[in-house]
Each structure stands twice: as structure tokens, then as C-alpha cells.
Write a protein that binds this ligand. Sequence first.
Ligand code: FES
Length: 588
Amino acid sequence: MDAPNQEFAFAGSLEELKAKGRLVVHGRHRPILVIYDRGRVFALDNRCPHMGFPLERGSVTDGILTCHWHHARFDLDSGCTFDLWADDVPICPVEVRNGDVWVKPTFGHAASHWRQRLADGLAHNLGLVIAKAVHGQLADQLPQADIVRQVALFGAQNRDGWGVGLTILTALANLLPMLPEEEAYLALFHGARRVAADCDGEAPRRERAPLGSRPDPATLKRWLRRWTNVRHREAAERTLLTAIAAGASPAVLADALLAAETERAFADTGHSLDFINKALECLDLTGWEHAAAVLPTVVGQMVASRGAEESTAWRQPADLVALCEEAANQLPQLFAAGRDHVWSDHAALARELLGDDPARIIDALKAAIRAGAAPTDLSRSLAYAAALRVARFGNANEHSDWETAHHVFTYANAVDQLLKRIGTADGDVTAVRGVLHGAMALYLARYLNVPPARIPGEGGEDLDDLPADAEEIRAALLNAFDRQRQVDLAARLVARHLTLGHSPPALIATLARAMLREDAGFHAYQMLEAGVRQFNAWGDTDAGRHILIAVARYLAAHSPTERAVLQTADIARRLMRGSELHQDAEVS
Ligand code: FES
């Protein structure tokens, strides 16, 4: 930011200004352009708010200043732009005293300024304006949660349904407590720009109202399943709104939604269920008083989604849907039998879930329940098994197959988070169908591990050719992400970092840095956040290491990209910090 300076700085004589038409004042502050136009004197930031081109090289006509790079136009008096993509030029006080011109290099904004700029940037999908507004709010010490809330509510109101933008925003907001300042800025920018892009050109959401009555939670849950089955969106939304209006707890709402969602198996390759989980997490971040605005946004996709039961792969040669239904009918008795038992064989169950016989996989789940496994034990094992699919993803697969492995993992993580939230909401275990469906999706993806990639450090593999110093390992990891097809090297470096006992949070921050500097695809955000969630559940153990290896392998397979988002964020940051971006620019 500019050096604090409450004093006026001498710009030049009025006579000189009149003769030249414009002067530039340099100092510890940002460069200030002073313009004489039709008997008045104006002072502005000399750096075009679009990309920093010196405005002294622009032209003034009829009180309008035009930048000579991309031709953004500004009201000379207020600095306000006529071209929203360029943003407004900050202005500063200027005085003429005894024939001399003085400027005061302060460009302060009202506290509400950056909030309004973020609203403008979101409404018009203006990346640079969004980046500056996020940076400005953070520089003004506004809580990160306030920015997340503003963006989330914009996204919920300006699009007819939950989308990838809100999912990315929520995933990144979940990671914020683990991110250094610079990565937090990037994360908020990524999330906000993806929400803006999602809403661009979309019809705003239409409000619906709850029913006038307040049926009990069990009835509302039954109704939600009924309306989902017959794809009746209006009815499902009103039912959900009624549950919210009745004061249903987050656990009860999650249980009702997961029960309805699992009326179909692995719907929309798991995205529909993941979106539900993210909408609930969004409310954890923004406040449950916004439940009626946020939660119904998931209903449209939930009722319209296509279940795996409609696909051949789930019916032939084995009827996986029938297997799931049969097991689902037995769930109440199985959990009753396992009550009062203690079970903790998560890793062993995960290995069984990676088997190649669907009936035996279901039997393994049933045996675990009988032995005392709770729903969250099953989902934890499932998520780990799905992470192993990614960690062992064979390099001979097609590149697009990464997404098949990713889908199962993020679905399994979402089921795990949902079941943790539900806890023992009402003793009904319908929602555990999500584990059965996830196990079958995992089974169908078994070809991705034929042959399996070796997990680094296993089988006596020596990693001593890699650096031992923590910072050197992390630098090497970032270097690996600079080049294509460094999947195995990235995995080895992660294994090296963790097996030497170096800090997992520092490693996670590096993985976040690696992703946030890329023009990341939707799945990369999901992968990182789900991986960090699962790592935190398992801790710095063999399983935790396998999970972060999976994350690193996926990210390495999708890096590098053009890094255009990073460039925009960097331009915004330099503009906000008062740097001269183009002092040596050639005039064309
Ligand atoms: S319009 Fe001025 S830098 Fe682009």
C-alpha cells in the first residue's frame, strides 16, 4: 500500500501545468497524474485501474479521460469508469495555492467501497474488479468469512440452482484456515470468479415459500423422498423449506436430503450428492440463518439427476443395484446386531472394498456393521479405499480416466462428511445407502488400478535420491508441477516429505499453492479439499500419506496450465499495492 502521508506534495506551478496539460508526481506514494482541463485541476492515480498503463499517456476530451492501451474511459472529475471491466480510477485531493499545485497522496475509500466493488464484479463477471475487491477487503482487515458470505449469497440468488462455482467457493473456504495470506487471497478470488462465471447470463432464482403447516420431521423426510422419486421440484423445495421453517437442525436436514438423494444410486456420477454436502458446509461457513436462501438450491439437480440404476454397467453382468437394495433392506437389523460392539478395522475394510467381487464387497460391509461398525466407520473406510484408487491410478490409463477415479473419491468424502453431520439424527439408517452406492462405484472403477501404480516408499523403495530438507522438498514439488506428466515424481516428493516427519500443514499449503496458481478445473478443487479433509481424519499415518499422495498425483496430472487467473490476481495485487506496472511501457 502507499506510504502513509497526510501532507500535500508539490506538483508544480499552475503555469507549468497549464502549459503541459498534465504533470506526474512521483514519491513514496503511487504516481499521481495531475491534469488541467478547462479551467480546473484534477488529480488521479496515474496507473490505469485496468492493467496499470500510465494514464499520462492517455487523452482528455470533453471531461473524459481515455487510456491509450485498451481505451477504457473515465470521468475526469470522479475517476468513475464508463467501462466497467476497467474499474474506477482512484482520485486524490488537489489544491492550488499562490499559483502552485499541491496534491495529497491519499486514496482512501469508505469501508463499504470494496464490498460494493465486489458486488459489481460479481454482477458483471469482471475478474479484475473481483480480484481488487477481494484484495481491498482483506487489506481493510475484513473477515474472510464476510467475503465468503457475500459471494455465496450472490451465487445462491443469481442462478437457478447450486453450481460448480459455489462448490469451489465452499471447498476453498473450508481450506482458508490452513492457508497463508497470499494463498487465502488467491482462494477467495478463485471462488468468487467461478461463482460470477456461473451466474453470468443466468436467470435469477425464484423464491418459493414453505407450506402453512409444520408436519413432523419423519413425514417431511418421507415427502422429500417421494417428490424426489417423481421428480417434482416445486413440491420438494416447499417440503425442504417447510423443514427449515420448522427449525429442523442441520443434522435432520442433512439426513432428509441424503435419504432423498440416495433414492437414486450415485446420481450424476456423484455430483448431486457432493453438491448437497457442499451446500450444508456453505451454511456452516456463512451462517444457518441463510438456510432458506441456500439449501433449496440443491433440489433442482437432486430431483432431475440421473441415477446409475439407469446405466448398463450397474445392471450387467452383475446387478449392482439389486445388491445394494437387498443390503439396504437389511441395514436396520445389521446395525441393531452390531450395537454395543466396538469396531476399528478401517484400513482392513478399505482393502476389502477394493476387491473385484461386488457380492463379497457388500458382504464385507455387512460383516463390519454386524461387528459394530457405525455408518461413519463405513464411510471413512470407503473414502480411504477411493483415495487408494487415485493413489494407485495406473499411468497407462487414458487421461480422462482420472475423473472416474476422482468422482468416486469426492463422492465418498461427501458421504463421509454427511454421515458425520447426521450422526444419530433419528436412528433411521436410510442414508447409509450412500456407502453401498459408493462401494459399487468404487468396484466399477477397479480397472483404473490394472496394473496399479506403486505407492512410493512401499516395498522397500528408497527415496534417498530426493532432497531431505523440508523446504527443498516443497520447492521440488512446485517445480514438478511446472512440468507435464510429473505424476510419479510428485507422489515421491509427498512421500519423502511425510516419511521424514516434516510438517503436514506446510505440505498441504504447498499443494494448495500448486493448485491455486493454475487455471484449475472444477475437479482439482474438489480433489484437494476432499484429500485434506480425509488426511485430517486419518492424521499423519500410512493412510494419511496415501491420501495426500493421491491428491498430489491428481494435481500433477493436471498441471501446468496457462495460469491466466494467477496473472489477473497478480495485476490486481500490484495495482492495490501502489506499484508502477508499466513505467517502462512503450507508447505505440
Ligand atoms: S484500458 Fe488502460 S490498461 Fe487497459
